[in-house]
Design a protein around this ligand. Structure first.
Ligand code: KG4
Ligand code: ZN
Length: 347
């Protein structure tokens, strides 16, 4: 086992991570939960863009075509083969059933053939553990518990309090659209391309965030989110402007929409961190790649904030390898007849 500069509270291990829950086929090798020996992501975005969203059957077929070569590349980049790996971690859910099955069956086959333990990882747990990964092999400050985790992805928006590794209590989640889903839907309303998050961010860069005063659903008294009212407000403005035959002010609308989402996510997370006496805040999931969101969280100084580097915000397998490590060192390995769980909640 290679030397690791990071002080380790747990025994050393190398994990092969595999992720196929949605439209990224990914594999990575992670050492000791933190050191990224390799991470390979094959995005299917170009394939799905023509449908304006992920087409599940196309996604699973593409995973089948890519998965072995992606795993090979991950092992090669790490200069390892399976005999140097201690366990195989794979996303078990939540996600698209057909896509999850491709990763799961591949992981089971490799585990059986190489006599390695299999570890099923919750995709959301993976996003959280992306904040433990150090892609540049320099020492990083790992998050401290109790930790308030805001998860914002294409399928989920939720606040969890973590009192220790692998221990989550969900405080609230979205009542309708996930934050990323709202970005994707509003992008479509504004005629911007899929995936909507990066398109909105780009358009918003030249827009005025106060041009439209879009609603912020604060849902006082709960830790839940709701983005459907905001989406409808954007739709109403688009229809109004169209009926007047005026050009849609896409940049101002994108900036104002983004500001409303960031405002709600930041204020609710800070409130929850105060209420649960969190030491630190963690923001993860695809939407944590958003520049305005990152700046808002990093711009407050009440709580230290962990946000993964951009390359680890959207789906990847390094995060599955990291979460897999923390399960492995606690003896949480799974049987080879493990099934996928497309709706698996984190807590
Ligand atoms: O975590 P992720 O890659 O996949 C899921 O687990 O869902 O998240 C994808 C979501 C998409 O909705 C995408 O529009 C959003 O993350 N996203 C962003 C940005 N980059 C990706 N949203 C806002 N700003 C971004 N820069
Ligand atoms: Zn994800």
């Amino acid at each position: 086992m290679a030397n690791n500069p990071v002080h380790l509270p747990f025994p050393p291990a190398r994990i092969l991570g595999i992720e196929t829950s949605c439209d990224e086929t990914a594999a990575a090798v992670i050492e000791n939960g933190q050191t990224m020996l390799s991470s390979v992501v094959a995005s299917q975005i170009d394939l799905h863009a023509q449908y304006g969203g992920v087409f599940p059957e196309v996604a699973s077929r593409q995973h089948i075509l890519s998965i072995y070569s992606i795993i090979d590349q991950a092992l090669q980049q790490a200069h390892l083969d399976l005999s140097n790996i201690d366990a195989i971690a794979v996303t078990r859910g939540p996600g698209l059933a057909g896509s999850l099955v491709v990763g799961m069956n591949t992981a089971k086959g490799l585990a059986l053939a190489s006599n390695l333990p299999l570890i099923g990882v919750n995709h959301l747990e993976g996003h959280i553990y992306s904040a433990w990964i150090n892609p540049n092999n320099q020492e990083i400050t790992v998050p401290k518990f109790p930790l308030l985790a805001l998860l914002v992805s294409g399928g989920h928006s939720e606040l969890n309090i973590m009192t220790d590794h692998l221990s989550y209590t969900r405080l609230g989640s979205t009542l309708d659209d996930a934050a990323g889903e709202a970005f994707d839907k509003v992008a479509r309303l504004l005629g911007l391309s899929y995936p909507g998050g990066p398109s909105i961010q780009k358009a918003a860069a030249n827009g005025n965030p106060t041009a439209f005063n879009f609603p912020r659903a604060r849902l006082e008294g709960s830790w839940n989110f709701s983005f459907s009212g905001l989406k409808t407000a954007v739709l109403r403005v688009v229809r109004q402007i169209e009926s007047e035959n005026r050009p849609i002010p896409v940049e101002d609308m994108a900036a104002s929409f983004q500001a409303a989402v960031v405002d709600v996510l930041l204020s609710k997370t800070i409130q929850a961190a105060r209420a649960y006496h969190a030491r630190e805040i963690l923001v993860a999931g695809g939407v944590s790649a958003n520049k305005a969101l990152r700046e808002a969280f990093l711009g407050q100084n009440e709580f230290p904030v962990h946000i993964p580097p951009l390359s680890l915000c959207t789906d990847n397998a390094a995060m599955i390898g990291s979460a897999g490590y923390f399960r492995f060192v606690k003896g949480l390995v799974d049987p080879l007849d493990l099934d996928v769980m497309p709706n698996w909640p984190l807590s």
